[in-house]
Design a protein around this ligand. Structure first.
Ligand SMILES: *Cc1c(COP(=O)(O)O)cnc(C)c1O
Length: 383
């Protein structure tokens, strides 16, 4: 295997044209109007929560994704929190999600006072498995007047929160059908899948609400930031209201009609985000070409390259490869990082973290294998 490891590192170094320097997993690229918009923003003095870039960023995001409305947020994590609030996830309720995800997905559920229930992922999509979902619901849930209830815990299963892992769309249309049948609200964690489509539909707009992250390591960044995507304009209006301290518009008075949040994205972040959004098509194209090169390379090795799922057009946010076992994986992580090429294992499963160890789980066979064998390799946009 050692020879293969060496070949992989050489291939990555050749691809990035960096013979010896450190190669990061994912770095932002600023090649458009970033400086111009930031300067405009500063010159206007509107650097905070009001300004034209906030409105423009929302309009352009809605246009790009096909959402009826988009509402910006400070980050992806609080966008999930707000989305769950909007579909009435309340203390003591349950939210179904996948154990193979970034911790923010599960954290946001607990911000609502709700409990995550972890259901297995698909081997091919790395996202929540509709097969596992329906199996769980048919065995463990019952319908009552006010929704779907977990027979084991007597708690209401208020929402389902699948995630599009590393940018690869999960089987969201099947998940949506199941959620509809069982009266469960669907919220999509599309934090990683800006620019990814499933059956020609952008990720995040099949569910009642979808969220996107613009953190510095995502495909486009606003420094920090998030967005909620809606098909329902009235719900979007409500999101805007709650994210801006539930302030009722008035020329001079402070009137607030609900417990709101300060989840507003500053105009200066929206300026950066808008400039990045203008380049999304090019970024996706470059990342897909990079993924193709990786795919060709790994075809000649014993290591599996994780390709985009069926019916999906992935942004290949983070390219991923899969080893036969945890031992080989660890050797590769050791070797690559020692050689200054950053690689990272897939997340530890949420139910293995101390704060979620008592949460209900179903069979997690696929998630377990993926968590122990998948590695992310450098995926920055190369110009
Ligand atoms: C990045 C990410 C988030 C959170 O986004 P932030 O903007 O960093 O708060 C949520 N879920 C997933 C799956 C992510 O990868």
């Amino acid at each position: 295997m050692h020879d293969t490891f060496q070949e992989i590192i050489q291939f990555i170094r050749k691809t990035y044209k960096k013979p010896s320097e450190f190669i990061a997993l994912h770095e932002p690229v600023f090649a458009g109007n970033e400086k111009k918009y930031l300067e405009e923003c500063i010159d206007s003095t509107f650097v905070s929560s009001v300004g034209k870039f906030v409105d423009q960023f929302e309009i352009e995001m809605a246009k790009y994704t096909g959402a009826a409305k988009a509402v910006v947020c400070v980050n992806g994590t609080n966008a999930i929190h707000l989305a769950l609030k909007l579909v009435r996830v309340e203390p003591g309720m349950e939210v179904i999600t996948q154990p193979l995800t970034f911790v923010a997905t599960a954290n946001a559920i607990t911000y609502c006072g709700a409990n995550p229930v972890f259901i297995d992922v698909d081997k091919e999509t790395l996202g929540l498995s509709p097969d596992a979902l329906i199996r769980f619901l048919e065995t463990h849930s019952e319908q009552k007047n006010d929704g779907c209830f977990n027979k084991n815990t007597s708690k209401k299963i208020a929402a389902c929160l699948p995630m599009h892992t590393f940018g690869h769309p999960c089987r969201i249309d099947e998940i949506a059908e199941i959620c509809k049948k069982f009266n469960i609200e669907l919220v999509e964690d599309a934090a990683e899948s800006m620019g990814s489509f499933f059956r020609n539909k952008h990720t995040g707009i099949t569910g009642k609400i979808g969220i996107i992250s613009f953190n510095g390591n995502k495909i486009i960044t606003s420094g920090g930031g998030g967005m909620l995507l809606f098909n329902d304009e009235e719900l979007a209006q409500k999101a805007k209201h709650l994210s801006t301290q539930a302030k009722v518009p008035h020329a001079w008075e402070f009137i607030h009609d609900d417990i709101g949040y300060n989840y507003r994205m500053p105009n200066i972040n929206a300026a950066l985000g808008l400039a990045q959004l203008e380049q999304i098509d090019r970024f996706v194209e470059i990342k897909r070409a990079l993924a193709n090169r990786y795919k060709e390379f790994f075809r000649n090795t014993k290591i599996k390259f994780i390709n985009e799922p069926k019916n999906a057009k992935s942004n290949f946010w983070l390219n991923a490869i899969q080893f036969d076992n945890i031992g080989e994986r660890d050797k590769f992580l050791e070797y690559s990082n020692k050689n200054k090429v950053m690689t990272r294992p897939a997340w530890r499963l949420m139910n293995n973290l101390p704060m979620f160890k008592n949460c209900q789980t179903d069979d997690l066979n696929n998630a377990k294998v993926l968590s122990e064998t998948v590695v992310n390799i450098p995926s920055s946009v190369v110009l």
